[in-house]
Design a protein around this ligand. Structure first.
Ligand code: ZN
Length: 257
C-alpha cells in the first residue's frame, strides 16, 4: 500500500514537473513571435498612454517594446541596424528626407533597421550581387507604428498607405524597399521611381523598357533566392519570410542600438 501510494505521488510529481516545463517553454521570448494575437496586443500597447484600462488588459500578452531592441529576444527577432552587419548596402532612406510622396520628413534618422533574420538574409543578397558588380540600395526598412499613423493622417488612402489599424509589414521590421546599384553606386534603371503607385510599378506590367524589366527581374530573383517574398504591386517591396510571426512595433529609432 505504502509503495503504491508513494509511486502515485512520484508519478504526479513528474507529471507536474513536465507541465511546468512545457508552460515555461511556451512563454516569453517566443511569445513575441506569435502571429495575429501579438499584432493586436502591440497595437494596444501603443494606445496604453491614452487608455490605461486597455493597457491593463493587454499587458500580460505584450512584449515590452524596448525588449525588442535590447533584448532577451533571440537575435533573429531583434531589431538590428543593417550597417552593423553589412555596411556595403547603400542607404537612401526616403522618409528621413523630403524626397518622398508625402514631401515630408517623417524619420528622425536615416537608418535601415530590420529583424535580425532579415538583416542576415539581406546581407547574403548583397554578397551575391557584389560578384556581379552590383549592390543593394535601401529606401525603407522598419517603420515605427507612430509614423504609420502620421502617414495615414497625411494620406488616409489605403491605395498609398497601409491603414495603421492593420499596420504595415514595415511596422513589423519584416519588409524592405530597395533597388539595385552598379559598382559606382548609380541606380539601375527600373520600371518606375520609388513609391510610384500606378500599374507601371506592378511586377506583371509589360510596358516598361526591356532593360528596366530585366533589372527588376534580377532584383526579384536575387531576393527570392534568400526567401524574400516580392509584393506584386511594387517592384521595390519585399517581405521577409515569416513576417507574420513578428508583432507590429512602435519602438522609436532612438531606442534601437
Ligand atoms: Zn514597402
Amino acid at each position: 500500500m505504502m509503495n503504491r501510494g508513494s509511486k502515485g505521488i512520484a508519478i504526479s510529481f513528474i507529471l507536474g514537473l513536465v507541465s511546468v516545463l512545457l508552460t515555461l517553454s511556451s512563454m516569453s521570448p517566443k511569445a513575441e513571435t506569435l502571429p495575429l494575437a501579438t499584432a493586436t496586443t502591440s497595437m494596444s500597447t501603443v494606445t496604453q498612454t491614452e487608455n490605461s484600462t486597455e493597457s491593463e488588459l493587454s499587458l500580460p500578452l505584450t512584449t515590452p517594446p524596448q525588449q525588442v531592441a535590447q533584448s532577451p529576444l533571440p537575435y533573429d527577432a531583434r531589431l538590428i541596424d543593417i550597417r552593423k552587419v553589412n555596411p556595403k548596402i547603400a542607404l537612401d532612406i526616403r522618409y528621413a528626407t523630403t524626397n518622398n510622396f508625402l514631401k515630408r520628413k517623417l524619420y528622425s534618422t536615416s537608418r535601415c533597421v530590420l529583424r535580425g533574420a532579415a538583416v542576415r538574409r539581406l546581407s547574403q543578397v548583397q554578397q551575391d550581387l557584389e560578384k556581379k558588380g552590383l549592390g543593394l540600395k535601401v529606401f525603407d526598412c522598419y517603420r515605427p507604428l507612430s509614423v504609420q499613423k502620421l502617414m495615414w493622417q497625411v494620406k488616409p488612402d489605403s491605395r498609398y498607405v497601409a491603414n495603421p489599424k492593420n499596420g504595415s509589414r514595415h511596422n513589423r521590421g519584416a519588409a524592405v524597399d530597395l533597388t539595385l546599384v552598379d559598382r559606382n553606386g548609380k541606380e539601375l534603371q527600373m520600371p518606375t521611381g520609388f513609391d510610384d503607385f500606378t500599374v507601371k510599378a506592378h511586377r506583371n506590367y509589360t510596358g516598361a523598357s526591356a532593360q528596366a524589366r530585366k533589372n527588376s527581374k534580377l532584383l526579384e530573383d536575387a531576393m527570392k533566392k534568400y526567401g524574400f517574398i516580392p509584393l506584386p504591386t511594387e517592384w521595390w517591396h519585399f517581405d521577409a519570410p515569416g513576417w507574420d510571426k513578428y508583432a507590429i512595433l512602435d519602438v522609436s529609432f532612438g531606442a534601437i542600438p
